[in-house]
Structures are given as C-alpha cells and as structure tokens.
Design a binder for this molecule. Structure first.
Ligand code: DQA
Length: 156
C-alpha cells in the first residue's frame, strides 16, 4: 500500500513562514513523523513538494496506478486551481486534503476551495497534527477498500 504526500507552494518555508499561523515545525519534521507512522502501519510513503502548479498536476497524474492514497496540501492553489482539482478527479485515488490553519477563519479568499469537492475528506485547522489525522484517515480508507475486495473475492 502506497501513500503519496503532495505539498504545494511555500510549504517548504514552514518553520520560518508566518509561525504565528503555521507554527514552528519544519516540513522535514512533519514528514519524518509521517514516515514513522507509515512504517508502523506497513505502508510505503513518498513525499513531494513544489511551488509550481503544473508540477503538482504532474505528480498527481504520476500517482495513477502507483498510489493507493494521496494526502495533499495544495496551499494557495487550493483557492484557485481547477487544474489540480481536475487532476485529483482524473486519477480517482482516495485523497485527503490538509490545511494547517483554519482557512474558514481567515481572509475571505481562503474560503473559496476548488479541491475539497473531489477529495474524500478535509482536515483543517489542527496545525501540523492534521497530517497525522490525514494519515489515519487514508490508512482507514485503504483498509476498508482491502476488506471490501476480500469480501467480494470470498463471495465469487
Ligand atoms: C494553507 C492555507 C492556504 O490558504 C495558504 O495559502 C497556505 C497554507 C494551510 O495549510 O493552512 O499556503 O494551505
């Protein structure tokens, strides 16, 4: 079972960037914790960060036939990118979006969300802990899918 974690623009600046909003944790530290949890659950995990919309679209497309779950923080592109929304919809892989901050309590332009409707779920406003919650969610979805396939096989 493989999970791909996709991080959008400026998330490489976590730990430096607006720490009053996003906290002091660096992206590498968040990823190290996720890697540990993935290992404990027998899942493979890959991390990708880009500041470029097209690269994020390319990475989502690469997940097709490769990944069983996606965790994405599309960052500012959440609010603007129909291309990222369409890519998530196209690959049809269970996808959980994460936002470190509570985007509903911030500026009005952050209330617009292009991708939530094509994701299985959203984890919003828990700080970096949201990535852990998303991991739990994606592992649960993957286990349920495995169980459903097994049940179907037993019926056949
Ligand atoms: C963010 C929220 C976005 O509005 C913002 O542009 C980000 C980070 C979050 O994780 O809270 O870059 O996605």
């Amino acid at each position: 079972m493989k999970i791909v974690v996709i991080q959008g623009p400026n998330l490489n600046m976590l730990g430096v960037r607006e720490t009053n909003i996003y906290g002091p944790m660096k992206l590498e530290q968040i990823h190290a914790q996720m890697k540990e949890v993935a290992g404990q659950n027998g899942a493979e995990i890959e991390f990708f960060q880009s500041n470029l919309e097209g690269e994020l679209v390319d990475k989502i497309q690469e997940c097709y036939g490769e990944a069983h779950g996606i965790i994405i923080n599309a960052a500012a592109y959440t609010h603007t990118s129909i291309a990222i929304r369409d890519a998530i919809s196209a690959v049809n892989i269970p996808t959980i979006e994460v936002h470190i901050s509570n985007i509903h309590r911030r500026e009005d332009f952050r209330k617009e969300n292009m991708i939530a409707a094509v994701c299985s779920s959203s984890v919003i406003g828990f700080g970096p802990f949201g990535y852990h919650l998303a991991m739990m969610g994606v592992l649960q979805i993957m286990n349920e899918m495995k169980a459903a396939v097994k049940a179907q096989e037993q019926q056949a």
